[in-house]
Design a protein around this ligand. Structure first.
Ligand SMILES: [Mg+2]
Length: 254
């Protein structure tokens, strides 16, 4: 994105939304290893003092909060199903209502795939992740079949989505990261029409690119396939070049 790309921000309040895995930190084989470095955390801290910054993730709010650790950064967790912004906390009531079904589905997946090397089943409260990155490729079809079967048994309340080497069990709701962002924006009092910058790397970010297409600038990190985003950046490294530059440009004048 060039300086000209930022020109429309003039006169409109900037709202920066950043995906975490694959956008702010490189994807790791083990999700727990995706750690934000201290210098980068400080960049987010300074940015969040100058403009609105939110991190949007498929991780649970508690997980992402521990990884960001900057109180002035708003958080959108579980693919938009939970939000923390200042003192405001919100969880999608439809997702809360089907937590029992989600817990039972995850327990069944764990039980049926016990002994599958490398499999990681993660209960994130409002959604669940079945990570197959460390599962031998030859066994991934079996994992997916089990997950599909357990979702099929609860198809009125749950659905399946896919990310990078992860199967996500989610409440069957017409909801996504983009609608979570919209809901957060609606609760804020912006002076003038918000100018939204959304950066993400994954299929789940495509929902946000679509929802936010007319609200500002959308940027897809990596990948070569079709995207709803207006711009692309090749990797996490260039995301930080952009964020550092934004941080400088937004620095208050003397
Ligand atoms: Mg991502």
């Amino acid at each position: 994105m060039t300086g000209r790309g930022l020109e429309p921000v003039r006169g409109r309040p900037l709202f920066l939304f950043l995906d975490y895995d694959g956008t702010l930190v490189p994807i790791r084989r083990r999700p727990e290893d995706a750690v934000l470095s201290r210098p980068r955390r400080e960049i987010l801290r300074r940015l969040s003092r100058r403009t609105f910054v939110a991190v949007v993730s498929g991780r649970s709010l508690a997980d992402i909060k521990g990884r960001i650790g900057v109180a002035s950064v708003a958080l959108v967790g579980n693919h938009g199903l939970e939000i923390a912004c200042g003192a405001r906390r919100w969880r999608h009531p439809g997702a809360e209502a089907v937590r029992g079904d989600l817990g039972r589905a995850l327990a069944a997946v764990r039980r049926r795939l016990r002994g599958c090397p490398g499999l990681l089943v993660e209960d994130k409260g409002l959604t669940g992740s079945v990570h197959v990155r460390r599962v031998r490729p030859g066994r991934r079809a079996e994992v997916e079949a089990v997950v599909r079967d357990e979702i099929g048994r609860r198809r009125r309340t749950l659905m399946l989505t896919r990310g990078h080497c992860v199967l996500e069990l989610r409440p069957r709701l017409a909801w996504n990261k983009g609608l979570g962002v919209r809901s957060l924006l609606a609760g804020l009092e912006a002076e003038g029409r918000p100018f939204v910058v959304y950066i993400g790397d994954d299929a789940t970010d495509e929902d946000a690119f679509r929802v936010l297409r007319r609200d500002g600038v959308t940027i897809r990190v990596g990948g070569t396939g079709p995207t709803f985003a207006r711009f692309r950046l090749p990797s996490v490294r260039e995301v930080w070049v952009l964020l550092r530059r934004l941080e400088r440009d937004l620095r208050p004048g003397p």
